[in-house]
Design a protein. Structure first.
Length: 575
């Protein structure tokens, strides 16, 4: 890239930040994960590759601009000069310094170079835990390109939605106001930030922006791509750079909660490039990742692997606080592992530990003990040919007691895995599962179970929660039988709070389900899924789609109804 820099090329063997950074890691002064070590090894090998020239002049100029003219805009560093850390200098240097040699360009693209010393890297993926300064770094880079890059540049700040895209855009503008307080060189309006002299500009687009195509983008920052389900915005940016000799695109993100989304595909491809399974000399996969989950809990010294600014920007005590929360709350644990340590949130781990499920088994009870009491009901109605569960929840002496009944079509039994069929036969023999004739569940039998509890045990149901699947006619039947029905949609907001309370009550020995093996099996099969708002949902454990979680779902539905009617339920249960 051509700039107005007058600095000369640095001695690559003694002075460049790439070698300094790698040497600090090799000496153990900086703790790095295996993926970053692999990348640095690859890059150092490339210093001797005749396909590339390592010219640090562009990088040196940008690093100098940032440290001399950019200032922090957020507390506790507000107004202070921007002193780049070694990892930041190494990242900037590598991204800008690897240039194609004429020979390398001809061999890679199979054509004559149009211009000398074109920059090698077009795209970087900076995977780094939250609160390590990635947004501030990229804001400084954008301001630098706006002020000292080649003229007429279009630079875009982008993300999944407008508010997220505005974060870096706003940070750039805050830096601009400190750099050019009187607005002599720059100007901002609703369309963007403009350099009045070289006609470059910074603007923002998101997945919500109309007319994303047809632009002419030189550089782009894509923030928090983990929330993107598709590549629409990234592809639009990529296509808009097709006429550029040296486009740049930096994807900065943490790990996230969208499975099989845009980021998953990007990381899968980038890791193949990192492992040299795929040749892509234009991609820079700069990953700050842990080597295992176990090291997080056992060795605080490894936290730096995913947090390179730990101790300088991100506080150690912050992570310690997150660790304490994660030890008490499974959603906090999933969120922390993803956001603070870049461990992908997936469905591979169970929601509850074995001891948490077993805690409720100390005090078996007989349904006769609940005679005449008030109950809350919950039902998870299955699709045809699947398991259905109905449940009653009681409150007694500050503790919850629950009984359940399951239903399955006769034809479904023949489709069960062999190891599960024997279990189901035992549960049917013990009358824990009612077998329905044919291929569908007979929801009239569910109604009959609730009526039986009312007639034989004098149980009074305050309300009965149900999910939305095929419930219209059954709900009408239940209402005609005198039950007060309430719909509980199986979505993030309705399910999150009760799921957390079920977990807390199991851990505190406040739920008793009579050591029921079928209920226990459903709880063991249940995994937790967390979204970016730290809301949670029950899902099946990854790779175990044939296992059932209906019993766990009905317990959570009961807790949803309990939370929404707590005062009445507590009052009536005490009467």
């Amino acid at each position: 890239m051509k700039t107005n820099s007058t600095s000369s090329c640095v001695n690559v063997r003694t002075s460049n930040y790439l070698l300094q950074y790698k040497a600090a890691i090799d000496r153990g002064e900086i703790i790095a994960g295996q993926e970053l070590k692999q990348l640095l090894n690859n890059l150092v090998d490339d210093l001797d590759n005749p396909a590339y020239i390592y010219d640090t002049s562009d990088a040196d100029f940008r690093i100098s601009f940032i440290e001399n003219f950019c200032r922090h805009t957020k507390s506790p560093f507000y107004g202070l000069p921007f002193h780049l850390e070694l990892w930041e200098k190494a990242f900037i240097e590598v991204f800008y310094s690897f240039k194609w040699s004429d020979e390398g360009y001809r061999e890679y693209y199979e054509e004559e170079p149009q211009k000398p010393k074109l920059r090698r890297f077009k795209k970087a993926i900076l995977l780094i835990a939250r609160k390590n300064g990635k947004s501030t770094l990229c804001a400084a880079l954008c301001l630098t390109e706006l002020m000292v890059g080649t003229g007429g540049n279009d630079i875009v700040c982008s993300s999944n939605d407008d508010s997220q895209a505005d974060l870096i855009f706003g940070e750039i503008n805050n830096m601009r106001e400190q750099f050019d307080a009187k607005g002599k060189r720059t100007h901002k309006n609703l369309r963007g930030i403009f350099n009045l002299k070289n006609k470059s500009r910074v603007f923002k687009i998101s997945d919500k922006t109309r007319n994303k195509e047809g632009r002419n983008i030189d550089g782009a920052i894509l923030d928090e791509s983990h929330e993107m389900k598709t590549n629409v915005i990234a592809k639009s940016i990529d296509q808009s750079q097709s006429t550029k000799d040296e486009p740049w695109f930096i994807n900065i993100t943490t790990e996230g909660f969208v499975n099989d989304g845009y980021l998953d595909q990007e990381l899968k491809y980038a890791r193949q490039v990192l492992a040299k399974e795929i040749e892509d000399a234009t991609l820079l996969p700069w990953f700050y990742t842990q080597d295992s989950e176990q090291e997080i809990w056992q060795d605080p010294g490894t936290w730096q692997k995913s947090n390179p600014s730990l101790g300088t920007i991100k506080k150690v005590k912050y992570i310690k606080d997150q660790i304490r929360k994660a030890q008490r709350d499974k959603a906090e644990r999933v969120f922390m592992l993803s956001k603070d340590f870049n461990i992908k949130s997936n469905n591979a781990a169970a929601w509850l530990l074995a001891e948490e499920i077993a805690n409720a088994n100390d005090q078996p009870f007989d349904l006769e003990e609940m005679r005449g009491r008030v109950a809350i009901g919950g039902v998870d109605l299955s699709k045809s040919g699947d398991l259905t569960c109905a449940r009653a929840l009681f409150l007694k002496d500050g503790k919850k007691y629950t009984v359940s009944q399951y239903f399955i079509p006769e034809s479904k039994l023949t489709q069960l895995p062999k190891e599960d069929l024997e279990r189901f036969k035992e549960w049917i023999k013990d009358d824990r599962i009612t077998v329905c004739d044919g291929n569908e569940n007979d929801f009239r039998l569910v109604t009959a179970w609730f009526i039986k509890l009312v007639k034989e045990y004098g149980i009074r149901f305050l309300k009965i929660g149900y999910d939305k699947w095929s419930a219209v006619y059954w709900v009408k039947e239940m209402e005609e039988a005198g039950f007060d029905m309430v719909r509980v949609v199986q979505d993030w907001a309705p399910m999150s709070e009760p799921m957390k309370l079920v977990e807390a009550d199991l851990r505190s020995n406040l739920i008793y389900y009579n050591n029921d093996s079928l209920d226990k099996w459903c709880l063991e099969n249940t995994s937790i899924q967390v979204n970016s708002k730290m809301e949670q949902m029950p899902v099946k454990i990854q790779g175990k789609d044939d296992k059932k979680i209906d019993g766990a779902v009905t317990l959570i539905i009961c807790y949803r109804v309990y939370i929404d009617n707590r005062s009445d339920f507590v009052r009536l249960s005490a009467a």
